[in-house]
Design a binder for this molecule. Structure first.
Ligand code: F6R
Length: 367
């Protein structure tokens, strides 16, 4: 693979092994997760009485938040709600000092998220910023900051900041569970080991999917519609894939929870329409296969993305792409790679300014 990149977006997609390595470095230790920046007295106290967690973020950061929610709920057993910052400002559940509000923002400057932070503070909530920008407004105003260390992200479309945010949320989940002495230790150990391997797995994913995605983008260069389907975490990732493809390639891309298509949207599946079927979650693999059969029966062109070793998918789809097998909570990081590459190559083949998509700005400082 060549390393003199034509655009920042491609460079930043390829930066991900390093971005993740830096985000995890010195935080994963043989004894567990170490986050000295969160060990302030208030945090230790706040944790003991925590009743709920709200994750508040916009756009791609919101999608990372939904994956974080699944991890936090699993290891902590606390209810976690994810809101768009622009919605949270006006509508939220009861807030008080027992509700931790996490502000997730790559830039740390997004006006909607900053307003959400003010709202949280008004109700006396402890606040934690997760951001890629030390010294940003959100970081300065929140009680505590956990930094992602993705390095500067210059392309408008977020790639390495997104995967680093997910990694940071995994660290946070593990750290909180340690502090609260809660959850299943064996499960935590499995996630910890998978995080250790993550940068290498991302590197392998880039090699395994790059060329096939480049070709696929050319194959669908005249398509105006594209669908992404998946269940569970695959559905959450489908939301992010659709956003990225809309943003950079200007294709009408829609994400569906795979089991929901039969409840209304199946009429949109017409012969030849490209469908990306995400099937990385073993728990729902068989059910996803049934949904893939439904779209295949309507002659969609289906590309399946699954884990190495899940050979059954190949029989059901037009093309299959394999990615390494890892902990289910980390599969969305690996499966994000081919979707980011698809957004990039589809935008490029259509002649768009991939680093500066129309009508968008990198940092949105108005509500
Ligand atoms: C999409 C994208 C945006 C941002 C959103 C929030 O690729 O980059 O959706 O994720 O504007 O920005 P931050 O994370 O800086 O608050």
């Amino acid at each position: 693979l060549q390393h003199d990149y034509e655009h920042y977006m491609l460079k930043e997609i390829f930066d991900q092994p390093k971005a993740l390595e830096d985000t995890l470095a010195n935080r994963l230790t043989p004894d567990g997760v170490q986050l000295p920046e969160l060990e302030k007295v208030w945090m230790a106290e706040a944790l003991q009485t925590l009743r709920r967690i709200d994750i508040v973020a916009s756009g791609t950061s919101n999608h990372a938040g939904i994956i974080g929610k699944k991890a936090l709920e699993k290891v902590l057993g606390l209810p976690v709600e994810v809101s768009y910052s622009s919605e949270f400002i006006h509508e939220h559940a009861r807030l008080d000092e027992k509700a931790l509000v996490i502000l997730l923002s790559q830039s740390g400057e997004t006006a909607d998220t900053l307003s959400a932070l003010r709202e949280a503070k008004k109700w006396g909530c402890p606040t934690l910023a997760i951001t890629n920008t030390a010294g940003s407004t959100i970081s300065r105003k929140a009680d505590c900051t956990l930094l992602t260390k993705a390095g500067p992200e210059l392309a408008v479309a977020s790639t390495k900041a997104y995967t680093s945010q997910i990694a940071a949320l995994m660290l946070l989940s593990l750290w909180m569970a340690q502090e609260l002495e809660t959850g299943d230790e064996e499960q935590r150990e499995k996630l910890l080991m998978a995080l250790n391997r993550l940068p290498r797995d991302v590197d392998s994913t880039l090699v395994m999917t790059h060329d096939a995605i480049d070709q696929f983008a050319q194959l669908i260069d005249d398509q105006e519609h594209l669908f992404l389907i998946g269940r569970g975490l695959d559905y959450v990732l489908a939301l992010e894939g659709a956003l990225k493809i809309q943003e950079v390639a200007y294709i009408h891309a829609d994400a569906y929870a795979a089991g929901e298509m039969k409840h209304g949207t199946m009429a949109l599946i017409t012969p030849g329409v490209p469908v990306i079927a995400l099937a990385t979650q073993q728990r729902v693999f068989d059910k996803t296969i049934s949904n893939i059969k439904e779209v295949k029966a309507r002659d969609a062109f289906v590309v399946g993305i699954t884990r190495v070793g899940d050979d059954l998918l190949a029989e059901e789809v037009d093309e299959v792409m394999y990615i390494p097998d890892t902990h289910p909570l980390l599969m969305p990081i690996l499966a994000a790679i081919p979707l980011q590459l698809l957004a990039y190559y589809s935008g490029k083949v259509r002649g768009h300014a991939v680093d500066r998509p129309r009508n968008l700005a990198k940092s949105l400082t108005v509500e």
